[in-house]
Design a protein around this ligand. Structure first.
Ligand code: 5HY
Length: 244
């Protein structure tokens, strides 16, 4: 099977890191193709970044349909354009936040999300509400580490994240952690070893969930909300995005 993993931001080094993490867990016979749009924000740290990044993301989904991919992972913790992507795709489309929260909810009675900037905390809570996870999500904590700082050589980001995860376990009543950024994928195991509790990382959780759904022969339902967009002509520079 072939899964297209889309990092909606344009930072290629993050895309490559996510691709490595995905391939480490992918089953034999699963091909992971990790891509970023050529246009859009280098990091997604708020609603405006996310809205603008969605266009490049959706273009990658549409291209993936032409390329014959069996499923998609949206590798950004805001799960941007998830439902629009499902309108375009035949196969399953899994967002990393949805995957991580569901995985955490069955291995622990409660989890905390540890994410990047304070301004994205509300977005994570909205996702927990949307996915019916407020019963399990005990807290969403920011580290105020910028997305592109996560993998900067010499950055104190990992230490900061580990310390915040420890506080989450001690103070939130949580028994597991969800990492709130795709850019944290490469140090999930390091965090888990440091804090001695399960740490769920969305890129790998989404890849395995996608594999399972594809292996079951399940596709995105096309009768209702996720039917193909209605054909119409968009005006101006967005003409190329017109649904056909
Ligand atoms: C992400 N931003 O996973 C989100 C995380 C965040 O560029 N990739 C990004 O901080 O909202």
């Amino acid at each position: 099977m072939r899964i297209k993993l889309i990092n909606p931001n344009t930072t290629q080094r993050m895309t490559e890191a996510m691709g490595r993490c995905a391939r480490e867990v992918a089953a034999p016979g699963t091909e992971i193709v990790a891509v970023s749009p050529t246009m859009g924000p280098p990091s997604i740290e708020g609603y405006y970044d996310e809205a603008v990044a969605s266009l490049g993301l959706l273009a990658e989904i549409e291209a993936g349909e032409r390329q014959g991919f069996d499923g998609y992972v949206i590798a950004c913790f805001g799960d941007p354009a998830l439902y629009a992507a499902r309108e375009l795709a035949r196969g399953p489309v899994i967002g990393i936040a949805e995957a991580a929260m569901h995985a955490a909810s069955v291995i622990a009675p409660g989890f905390s999300v540890v994410t990047t900037l304070q301004r994205t905390v509300g977005m994570a809570w909205h996702l927990a509400e949307r996915y019916g996870m407020t019963r399990f999500c005990k807290n969403v904590r920011a580290t105020d580490v910028a997305v592109l700082e996560l993998d900067e050589p010499g950055s104190s980001a990992r230490r900061t994240i580990i310390d915040e995860c420890r506080r989450a376990l001690d103070e939130d009543g949580s028994d597991a952690i969800v990492l709130g950024c795709a850019g944290m994928a490469e140090f999930c195991r390091e965090v888990e070893d440091a804090i001695g509790a399960p740490v769920v990382e969305g890129v790998t959780a989404a890849v395995k969930w996608s594999e399972a759904l594809i292996a079951l022969g399940l596709h995105t339902a096309k009768r209702g909300d996720y039917a193909r967009p209605l054909a119409k002509r968009y005006d101006g520079v967005l003409g190329d995005f017109s649904p056909r």
